[in-house]
Write a protein that binds this ligand. Structure first.
Ligand code: PLP
Length: 500
């Protein structure tokens, strides 16, 4: 225990003596518990203008140490008012929030440990727990032992690594030689549906393949990739002397959660010898349900599959699991051991730094281990099933209301819908006007701070999009959101001269 003088000296250099740290930790822990307990009463999104929060903070860093109580006070007074409360049960944007108590506790412990899981030696338990939770997850997803997992921060980074391995798989020695200044190398082509996530483009931009070499193939009426259109695109590229490399199939697209016909895509990939990457970042969670596993049919034939527990498996940001059939290929693509790590790297077979561009790696596995143990696979499945029930219930209300249209099948926990009121003569308001109306309605709902939705565009129609993914969300919240949407709609539709 430091004496007063020592404690003062310590404080002046930053950090804090252990007793003060203990007090601060308790305060933060209490705050986190209170925050979650009272989150429902908070306004979800702040009405602040860009730059408003930053303007309340000093431009220059402090010269001398600031006591934690002052920092914490500013966190509450300045930072919190600029926060969107993703953990609020009526936050229904994107894929919802996956904050859970065991997830928060896991993050706290990881912050205290602050180890790097780059080699086994740099923290044996971090590497071994990562291997273990990836295998638990593999089993829960129903994937065979043919797949080996690696953790990245996000699905965007996972697809980047998957496509890097796919590029290496072409035998062009792109790792050593790159792609530039090689006239003998044709343009590489990657195929995905018009509903696939934009991370596919980000990956090919980074890999030097070029954004224009992503062929977006049209989807059908249910937003699934058209197989004959995919075949035609590949054939056309072959005729043009281009080099088809990979297909990205999606199980649970971002807008509607549609599921591409993976079995048929896999057969096509086999025929043309293309890499198959399955983006099950969101939809992979469905595999935990016996009644949902069929959505992953065909995935077993993939070369790589990504599943994001931070999207629907109640793990806080971030944790993305990439499963690959040939981990040795990923390793051959990325393994590069600098001299100063050679000793560490030689200690064990598995050093996760070999499987990606990152060297320092957070100990992400701990929170996942805690979440899976806290919920059990049955608990996880029950939550997922409940979210699907809630989304279906919401869609049922909309279906029964003549002013709303559900714009896509509800297969998971996302509902895409729009308000389409009638004019006095009982004709529909024109589409262009409807688009503006629906866009404004999302904004109006979000401005209230009582709910948070996002929007998407489907076949030219602006759709409101509601996603259930939070363990705190119940039917009571959805009832309120439905009433809120109707209330805000009533104000807006009057302005377009329609009845509601
Ligand atoms: N894939 C799908 C289907 C998504 O919806 C998203 C994001 O929402 C991503 C990939 C990218 O996820 P991440 O934020 O983990 O990069």
């Amino acid at each position: 225990m430091p004496d007063d003088k020592e404690a003062q000296a310590w404080f002046e250099l930053g950090d804090m003596p252990v007793e003060e740290f203990r007090t601060a930790l308790h305060r933060v822990a209490d705050w986190a518990a209170d925050y979650r307990e009272g989150i429902e009463d908070l306004k979800i999104s702040p009405n602040v203008a860009p730059g408003e929060i930053a303007a309340r903070l000093p431009e220059a860093p402090p010269d001398v140490a600031v006591p934690f109580k002052d920092i914490f006070r500013d966190f509450q007074k300045i930072i919190l008012p600029g926060i969107v409360h993703w953990g609020h049960p009526a936050f229904l944007g994107y894929f919802g929030s996956t904050t859970t108590a065991p997830g928060i506790l896991g993050e706290m412990l990881v912050a205290a440990l602050n180890v790097s899981a780059m080699t086994w030696r740099t923290s044996p338990a971090a590497t071994e727990l990562e291997t273990l939770v990836l295998d638990w997850l593999r089993q829960m997803l129903g994937l065979s032992r043919d797949f080996t997992g690696v953790v990245y921060d996000t699905a965007s980074v996972a697809v980047l690594h998957a496509l890097a391995a796919a590029r290496e798989n072409l035998g062009l020695d792109a790792r050593a030689l790159g792609l530039c200044g090689r006239p003998e190398v044709p343009a590489l082509r990657v195929y995905a549906s018009d509903q696939a996530h934009s991370s596919v483009e980000k990956a090919v931009i980074t890999l030097g393949i070029g954004e224009r070499n992503v062929r977006r193939v049209s989807s059908d009426a249910t937003y699934r990739i058209g197989i004959s259109a995919l075949r035609s695109a590949i054939e056309a590229d072959l005729r043009d002397g281009l080099l088809p490399m990979a297909v990205v199939a999606t199980v649970g697209t971002t807008s509607t959660t549609s599921v591409d016909p993976v079995e048929e895509i896999a057969a096509l990939c086999h025929e043309y010898r293309l890499w198959l990457h399955v983006d099950a970042a969101y939809g992979g969670a469905m595999a935990l349900l016996p009644e949902g596993r069929h959505l992953m049919n065909g995935v077993e034939a993939a070369d790589s599959i990504v599943v994001n527990p931070h999207k629907w498996l109640f793990v806080p940001l971030d944790f993305s699991a990439l499963y690959v059939r040939r981990p040795e290929l990923l390793r051959a693509t990325f393994s590069l051991v600098p001299e100063y790590l050679r000793g560490d790297a030689e200690q064990a077979e598995c050093n996760y730094m070999d499987y990606g561009i990152q060297l320092g790696r957070r100990f992400r596995a701990l929170k996942v281990w805690m979440v899976i143990r806290s919920f059990g696979s049955r608990g996880l499945a029950t939550r997922i099933r409940e979210h699907i029930r809630l989304a279906s219930l919401f869609a049922f209300w909309l279906d029964a209301d003549p002013q709303f249209e559900v714009l896509a099948p509800v297969t998971m926990a996302v509902v895409c819908f729009r308000i389409a009121p009638h004019t006095a003569g009982s004709t529909r308001v024109a589409d262009e006007e409807l688009n503006g109306l629906n866009r404004r309605l999302v904004e109006a709902v979000n401005r209230t701070g009582e709910a948070y939705l996002t929007h998407t565009t489907l076949n030219g129609h602006v759709a409101m999009r509601l996603a259930v993914g939070n363990v705190l969300t119940t039917a009571r919240h959805l009832t309120r959101v439905y009433d809120l949407i109707r209330r805000e709609a009533a104000h807006l539709v009057a302005a377009v001269g329609a009845s509601y």
